[in-house]
Design a binder for this molecule. Structure first.
Ligand code: FAD
Length: 391
């Protein structure tokens, strides 16, 4: 059954219109032809996929689809499926793309003024300027909504930023790093676009990662960094505005975690048909089929949830708790799925030469970033009970 082989069991892609399907197919072709053959090598060398920027530019998938509902009424579904396809081949690639397109550009799209959007977004669509998103700090991860220690102090038409950020994807080479800092005057979180090379800004690559190795994550030090008022995101007035960006990107992680699970499932399905034990392919054993069926059901459940989420986004009706549930649910099912996929490989499942090990490791990062599973569960729990259980 090709729908089971491709893990599009409920035929989600049939929901796309013909021209949208063509875009998705072109993305898939690029990923299979160019990214897949080198993904394992880049991962091992911890090399970011910068070499693919010309291809990404040519595919024309950055920003534009999210911006124009007149051209792409099913834009959230299309973008979601593109993210799923990227992670299906390489979760690092999907993250590298998502940090720029979702977090970096998303901050400017959601929180920037008209002038700021015009100043930065066209260059970012063409990848002439690469974006990053600096929220997490070494000592403040889950608690960023109330506890950011990075400060912003206004001096006339300039802001002075001091503090540290940790885990900031793409920030070692990004041109524009959005830094979220607490305004010492009113205690509210504000967003600042800091240009790479600004005095007092230093980004050091975190070494020794066991997941998403081809994504560069930076430890940033901001030591008296001066940013003009025109680089302060004009519609970012409190953490509520940061959360408006995260609502969209958490939805994106629901799709990419589904893609990561899908990549692992495909590898396991293929291996099960090739690996012979007791004179038969292991795919013919009931216990192995049970694993594959459970994986396929997880993926199908996540896709179905994500499709409904995309419809709500297209109607501008998705709320924070719904986005949090999608992130929580899909990453949990992904973690379960990649473990079952690895199991199908027996000992070979821990060798990097079989891609399943890469998906298995990468899943751990997707599970913890964009708010851990626990944080997203607490957002859902608050919606269900009316009680906040964060502290
Ligand atoms: P902590 O907050 O220290 O949490 C540790 C554990 O305690 C977790 O299990 C958590 O769920 C649990 N916990 C904490 N508080 C509670 C509570 N109240 N109730 C129950 N359990 C709780 N950040 C950015 O700003 N930009 C990026 O580009 C970025 N990219 C990332 C890429 C990767 C690969 C990774 C791993 C992280 C990235 N992050 C980024 C940071 C990420 O968002 C944080 O790691 C995440 O929010 C969790 O914060 P923490 O790691 O400090 O964990």
């Amino acid at each position: 059954d090709p729908a089971a082989v491709e893990a599009d069991f409920y035929r989600v892609k049939d929901l796309l219109r013909a021209e949208e399907r063509q875009i998705l197919d072109r993305v898939r072709e690029f990923l299979v032809e160019k990214v897949e053959p080198v993904a394992g090598e880049l991962w091992l060398r911890a090399e970011p996929p910068l070499r693919f920027i010309p291809d990404i530019r040519e595919l024309g998938i950055t920003g534009t689809h999210a911006d124009d509902p007149a051209v792409f009424p099913r834009r959230y579904l299309l973008n979601g499926l593109i993210g799923m396809e990227m992670a299906r081949v390489d979760p690092s690639f999907a993250t590298f793309f998502g940090v720029h397109n979702g977090l970096g550009m998303g901050s400017i799209r959601v929180c920037g003024s008209e002038e700021q959007r015009k100043r930065w977004l066209p260059q970012m669509v063409r990848w002439e300027k690469i974006g990053a998103f600096g929220l997490t700090e070494p000592l403040v991860g889950s608690a960023t909504s109330g506890g950011l220690t990075t400060t912003a102090r206004r001096e006339g038409s300039t802001w002075v930023l001091n503090g540290e950020k940790k885990w900031i994807g793409n920030a070692t080479f990004a041109d524009l790093v959005v830094i979220w800092a607490r305004d010492v005057a009113d205690d509210h979180v504000k967003g600042f676009v800091v240009e790479q090379g600004t005095d007092g800004f230093a980004a050091r690559k975190l070494e020794g990662k066991i997941a998403l190795r081809s994504v560069h994550n930076a430890h940033i030090v901001l030591d008296g960094v001066r940013v003009p008022e025109e680089n302060r995101l004009q519609h970012a007035n409190s953490f509520r505005d940061t959360a408006r960006v995260l609502k969209v990107t958490r939805g994106g992680v629901a799709w990419s975690s589904t893609g990561c699970a899908l990549g692992a499932y495909e590898a396991a399905r293929r291996y099960a048909t090739e690996r012979i034990q007791f004179g038969r392919p292991i795919a013919s054993f009931q216990l192995v089929q049970d694993l594959l069926a459970k994986m396929l059901a997880n993926i199908t459940a996540c896709q179905s949830l994500a499709v409904r989420m995309a419809q709500l986004q297209e109607e501008d009706r998705l709320d924070d708790a719904q986005a949090a549930m999608a992130k929580m649910f899909c990453t949990t099912r992904m973690r379960e799925t990649v473990a079952w996929a690895r199991e199908v490989f027996g000992g070979n499942g821990i060798l990097l030469e079989h891609d399943v090990a890469r998906f298995f490791c990468d899943a751990e990062a997707l599970y913890s970033y964009e708010g851990t599973r626990d944080m997203n569960a607490l957002i859902v729990g608050r919606a269900a009970t009316g009680h906040s259980a964060f502290v």
